[in-house]
Design a binder for this molecule. Structure first.
Ligand SMILES: [Zn+2]
Length: 708
């Protein structure tokens, strides 16, 4: 449906992709343009008659402005309060759970900024240069997050959509538009397809298709907190200016700084070329008259005002049926969108102050905050299974979790209009602050312990309802089981985590401390870029450090792409290693390991035979071998003792410290079972240090032997 609408018809605004970090932003060297002029041209070429109609409409707006200006924008300046137009707003946050999935608080802050700017309540209005203070306008337009969705259901006006269309966004990213005659739709995205573009809007016109009406804007240009900042927060003010029929002050182009003499058809905005820097005394076009660099419809990044003429033009747009703007603020619509019944609590909700997705170490505390929608609660009733205290009537209780586990949390809020309740299942995860494993090695072959998640292994299915890590008997590197994800095109973009029990690394000896594991994976096509990342955490999983990343063909280790569901043969497993010799890992008394798989719609992945030890690379065989040399230091009775789970070719040799073979103990095939060989009966070793080397099926294992 939207294919034909790919070309933006107007007013895409490039508001810099720089990271702006303070309120006084001046020279912008990396100013980037969008292709509005070219896009307009393409659209006009593709749609005969459109440009003519567009220009006809603009002639009407121009005439209206002249008439209003002749009256001295009388409406604007009169003392009697005009109708303040309230516009219901919905923010559609398109995200893949990254930083673009901005908080509710950041959205609320954006609405606060808008209401300040459109009501001339912005603190920096005091910085307007004297030439323009008399025409800086209170536009008497305000914005309110919707409280009812198009179906009449409760909403906080924030609509979160998990979608890859948050990347390189364009009009095709305008998912779940709410009717434009009832809501201003704002889509918040991670990146925009046009390079250098921070956001774009459509002016109201009879040519703007309803399905693309609204604003797309980068998540970093929303509000002044979180991923936004006060410098970028005014971009939405600018975009809504377009949405309400304002052009850039330098005219209908997206090329500031190029030419004087093009009007925005607002009489009180002085002629200007447009600015990308805060040139407050610039008078290039009509000296000595200075230009309105601080106008919100500039790119100066020191914007702080609209003029009376712009106010009049925006308010005209709101009383025009063009693009249905006139139905937004009606009493009927404010009731339909829930804005006139704001005392009614419609949904209970809460958050915590956790910076780690509510993953805690046993003993940690966190603070809960009520963010229930709409009406203001007057009482709170919380329950915290696993927490101390276990209940609270505070509005912002602080709760301590001492016992590892996964816990729910519940809130009932009430006011005169009634009560609403919410329970969040599995909301809090408390991990042990004391390691579960304290041996000098750790191994896992998924043969024992039952299906995952189990007492040892956690599974974090970030997007529930799709395939995730599971124990399987379909394939294994050794034994009969492994863990896997059934991965298909339908899984694409989903992320699944598999998290180990905690391990005391200080108990592990050896010079090559690390982890090895077996992996089997195939692409479905050579285009698949599925990813496996291995992380470790030294703080109960609150923060993770990346230790290994594999992607696409590199993960497949030579296994050819296959369109059938991949089940590996014995030869299709690769050995992967992860170095953990760094002090912060090898000295951790509580190390967690995480496997994170991000699907690109490829084929299945399997993991088996995880070993953490001081000699990375040794397989699970180490753990069934029970290889020991005793007594040690040696005496005449010292034996080499080991067990085989299957018939194997075995060699046993003794080497001295510089690697010379001193005894050839055994070479040949041995059956499953326990085997013992004497060291002393072969030869008399002189005093010193030796290594007993056991080779089983080509894998090498060594034990140090002291002879006195
Ligand atoms: Zn613009």
């Amino acid at each position: 449906m939207k294919k034909m609408l790919r070309i933006k018809i107007a007013f895409a605004c490039s508001l810099l992709s720089l990271s702006l970090t303070n309120t006084t932003l001046f020279a912008q060297d990396n100013y980037l343009h969008c292709g509005t002029t070219e896009a307009m041209k393409r659209l006009f070429e593709a749609n005969p008659g459109l440009e003519e109609q567009y220009n006809k409409d603009e002639e009407i707006y121009k005439q209206q402005d002249k008439e209003a200006a002749a009256r001295g924008y009388q409406e604007t300046n009169r003392d009697v309060m005009l109708t303040v137009y309230t516009i219901p707003v919905v923010f559609h946050i398109l995200h893949q759970n990254g930083t673009e999935n901005i908080s509710d608080a950041q959205v609320y802050d954006a609405v606060r900024v808008l209401n300040n700017d459109y009501r001339k309540l912005n603190a920096d209005i005091s910085q307007v240069v004297p030439t323009f203070t008399s025409i800086a306008a209170d536009c008497e337009i305000q914005f309110h997050l919707a409280q009812k969705d198009p179906n009449g259901n409760c909403t906080n006006g924030i609509d979160r959509i998990f979608t890859p269309l948050t990347n390189a966004a364009d009009d095709n990213s305008k998912l779940n538009q709410w009717p434009r005659n009832k809501y201003l739709n704002i889509w918040v995205v991670k990146t925009i397809g046009d390079p250098g573009v921070a956001g774009y809007a459509y002016l109201p016109s009879n040519q703007t298709p309803a399905a693309i009406d609204g604003i797309i804007i980068l998540s970093t240009y929303i509000g002044s907190i979180g991923t936004g900042n006060s410098g970028t927060s005014r971009a939405l003010t600018h975009e809504i200016g377009h949405y309400l029929n304002l052009k850039h002050t330098w005219g209908g182009t997206n090329s500031p700084g190029v030419a004087c003499g093009v009007s925005d058809n607002v009489s009180d905005t002085p002629e200007t070329k447009g600015h990308t820097t805060c040139a407050l005394s610039d008078a290039t076009c009509n000296p000595p008259a200075i230009e309105n660099t601080q106008n919100f419809m500039e790119y100066s990044y020191c914007s702080n005002m609209f003029t009376a003429g712009q106010k009049t033009r925006m308010r005209s747009a709101l009383t025009s049926t063009t693009s249905q703007r006139s139905s937004l603020w009606t009493t009927t619509n404010l009731a339909a969108t829930g804005i006139s019944t704001s005392s009614v609590l419609c949904l209970a909700d809460f958050v915590t102050n956790s910076s780690s997705s509510n993953i805690l170490c046993a003993g940690d505390s966190l603070k809960y905050t009520d963010i229930s929608w709409n009406g203001n609660p007057t009482s709170w009733s919380w329950t915290f299974p696993g927490g101390t205290p276990a209940t609270s009537t505070d509005s912002t209780p602080t709760i301590t979790y001492n016992t590892p586990g996964i816990y729910n949390a519940s809130l009932t809020v009430s006011n005169a209009s009634g009560s609403v309740n919410a329970t969040k299942t599995g909301y809090i995860r408390v991990n042990p602050s004391v390691a579960m494993y304290n041996a000098n090695f750790y191994s896992e072959g998924y043969e024992t312990g039952g299906a995952i998640p189990n007492a040892d292994w956690q599974v974090n299915n970030i997007y529930p309802g799709v395939n995730t890590w599971t124990q399987t008997g379909m394939a294994s590197s050794t034994g009969s089981k492994s863990v896997m994800i059934t991965n298909t095109a339908a899984q694409s973009t989903y992320v699944d985590e598999l998290i180990s029990p905690s391990i005391d690394m200080t108990q592990i000896t050896g010079s090559n401390i690390g982890m090895s594991f077996k992996m089997a994976y195939a692409q479905r096509t050579s285009a698949n870029n599925d990813q496996l990342k291995v992380y470790v955490s030294t703080n109960c999983g609150k923060n993770w450090t990346l230790r290994k990343a594999l992607i696409g063909a590199a993960m497949a280790s030579g296994v050819a792409p296959t369109t059938s569901n991949f089940v590996p043969s014995a030869s299709q497993w690769s050995t992967q290693t992860v170095t953990l010799t760094q002090a912060q890992f090898s000295s951790s008394t509580d190390l967690f390991v995480k496997f994170e798989f991000t699907s690109n719609g490829g084929n299945n992945i399997y993991i088996d035979d995880i070993n953490i030890n001081g000699a990375t690379g040794i397989s699970e065989l180490e753990n069934t071998l029970n290889f020991a040399v005793y007594p040690n230091p040696a005496n005449e009775n010292t034996v080499i003792d080991f067990s085989l789970t299957a018939k194997q070719n075995v060699t046993i040799k003794v080497y001295d410290v510089i690697g010379r073979e001193v005894v050839d103990v055994y070479k040949g095939e041995l059956n499953a079972g326990q085997h013992k060989y004497s060291v002393a009966e072969n030869t008399k070793l002189s005093g010193g240090v030796y290594f007993v080397n056991l080779s089983v099926g080509g894998q090498q294992f060594s034990r140090k032997l002291i002879v006195k």
